[in-house]
Design a protein around this ligand. Structure first.
Ligand code: IFM
Length: 483
């Protein structure tokens, strides 16, 4: 829907389309807790958290934000904020504990109750089938580098679609498969912590294949009105200069960071340059079976984009700005091993400007460029911003309020970028801020707070931050003030 013309009262406002979805996002392992309840088995993240030195402070998602028990309170919070949609993920080991075979009814019942609670207050549920919590049993049998995991994911998708298909209209197969493949099996800073570039590439292909198989399972089980998507954290890549070495660095990172997913998913074909860049790491001819690319390339209804910060790269050290670039300064958690197979010579630089608590540069123009680049490359493809947000060191005042002007500025700037992209013709259907609640930030444990709502972990008390009120006002008015 095009942008409505400004009305008298809202002349100075940036008004969003009336059907624009205003949402917030979370994921199962980051908020649910209850990791041993109702038949749930360990996921790769449970195992990773128990491996000394992998997660800051030895923390885990065992309790997290205790959402498994407090989901009613959390849905009430969403309702108080007046949000139209809530994106959450299903925990695979909760609903199919061994990663194959029959469903665990008690696990599925949790998601039925959660969804019913959302629907009862008029909030649209948006579900992601995979947000990184692979059942440990499947990892023990080879994990994502093994083709069987993709097949199992297709079966799991069918099982969840059967159980929840009558209640949920918008589905995402995978969240950020780049992280699952390259941080999980390349740099090893995410679970399962393996560090083999060939395995990382095999994992990427099987995640793509799993997406395709899940998509076909969803199409078979869901009503024709249901919509299916995938959420990708595409890197908005900027070469440090126009020098050929820097442009080449940008091309390589684009190939293994973005086009390894977008090309097969949106065009049914892996990019030739990626296959060449990585030819000595994996035998693509044996990895890709006949028909795989067709399965992966089946049409999706929407593409989910997760954006936080741009990626600045060069091919060689330079004397210019950000000359101190390093192979690991890519914002993805360091580690001795590279998450960029076939691009080992690329240097990463800190983009200019202020940073969030993650050290990520705040740059809304990156989101505008990402949306417009994707829209130009795939005209008419409906987009959703499925994650965008920021961690800051939020401290309650003595009276218990949380003033987070930096997060408000971050959301404001990025929503203005989305508005501008829509005004320029992009088909952005909605925006989900990351995250509804403070939560378990993977290898950083609980040290980073991304929530609109502060969680005091010892008491599990929820306190909406000032940004929650700001975002609620934007959602209610379908508009933000101009910057
Ligand atoms: O917390 C994560 C989320 O799980 C995936 N996208 C990025 C977020 C912030 O790092």
């Amino acid at each position: 829907m095009p942008l409505p013309p400004p009305t008298d009262g809202a002349a100075a406002q940036l008004v969003f389309p009336s059907d624009f979805l205003w949402g917030a996002a979370t994921s199962a392992y980051q908020i649910e807790g209850a990791t041993k309840e109702d038949g749930r088995t360990p996921s790769i993240w449970d195992t990773f958290c128990r491996t000394p030195g992998k997660v800051l402070g030895g923390e885990s998602g065992d309790h997290a934000a205790d959402h498994y028990h407090r989901y009613r309170e959390d849905v009430a919070l969403l309702a108080r904020l007046g949000l139209g949609a809530y994106r959450f993920s299903v925990s695979w080991p909760r609903v199919q504990p061994t990663g194959r075979g029959p469903a665990a009814q008690r696990g599925l019942d949790f998601y039925r109750r959660l969804t019913d609670e959302l629907l009862a207050v008029g909030i649209q549920p948006v579900v992601s089938l995979y947000h990184w919590d692979l059942p440990q049993e499947l990892e023990d049998q080879g994990g994502w580098p093994a083709r069987d995991t993709a097949e199992r994911f297709g079966d799991y998708a069918a099982l969840v679609a059967e159980a929840l298909g009558d209640r949920i209209g918008l589905w995402a197969t995978l969240n950020e498969p780049w992280c699952a493949a390259f941080l999980g099996y390349g740099s090893g800073v995410h679970a399962p912590g393996r560090t083999d570039p060939g395995d990382a590439l095999r994992a990427a292909h099987h995640l793509n294949l799993g997406h395709g198989l899940a998509l076909s399972a969803l199409r078979a089980a869901l009503p024709a009105t249901a919509q299916a998507a995938i959420c990708l954290n595409l890197h908005q890549i900027r070469p440090l200069t126009d020098a050929p070495a820097d442009l080449e660095a940008a091309r390589r990172i684009d190939a293994v960071g973005n086009r390894i997913f977008t090309d097969p998913i949106l065009h049914g074909r892996y990019p030739d340059d990626l296959l060449l860049d990585t030819a000595d790491l994996v035998d693509w001819d044996t990895l890709i079976h006949p028909g795989d690319e067709q399965t992966i390339g089946a049409p999706i209804d929407l593409l989910g984009l997760n954006y936080y910060t741009p990626t600045l790269v060069s091919g060689t050290a330079s004397d210019g700005p950000g000359a101190e670039g390093s192979r690991r300064a890519d914002g993805h958690g360091g580690g001795e091993h590279s998450p960029w197979p076939g691009a080992d010579q690329v240097l990463f630089h800190q983009p200019p400007g202020t940073t969030t608590q993650m050290g990520w540069a705040v740059d809304p123009s990156g989101l505008y460029e990402l949306i417009t680049d994707v829209s130009r490359a795939h005209p008419g493809l409906p987009l959703l911003i499925t994650e965008n947000g920021a961690a800051f060191e939020d401290q309650p005042t003595p009276t218990g309020e949380i003033h987070d002007p930096q997060r408000i500025a971050y959301l404001h700037g990025h929503l203005a970028a989305v508005h501008r992209a829509i005004a320029d013709g992009a088909a952005v259907r909605g925006y989900f801020t990351w995250s509804l609640l403070d939560n378990f930030e993977w290898s950083y444990g609980y040290s980073k707070r991304f929530g609109l709502v502060h969680v005091d972990y010892p008491t599990q008390r929820r306190t909406p931050k000032a940004s929650a009120a700001w975002y609620a006002t934007a959602a209610r008015r379908h508009a933000i003030d101009p910057l």
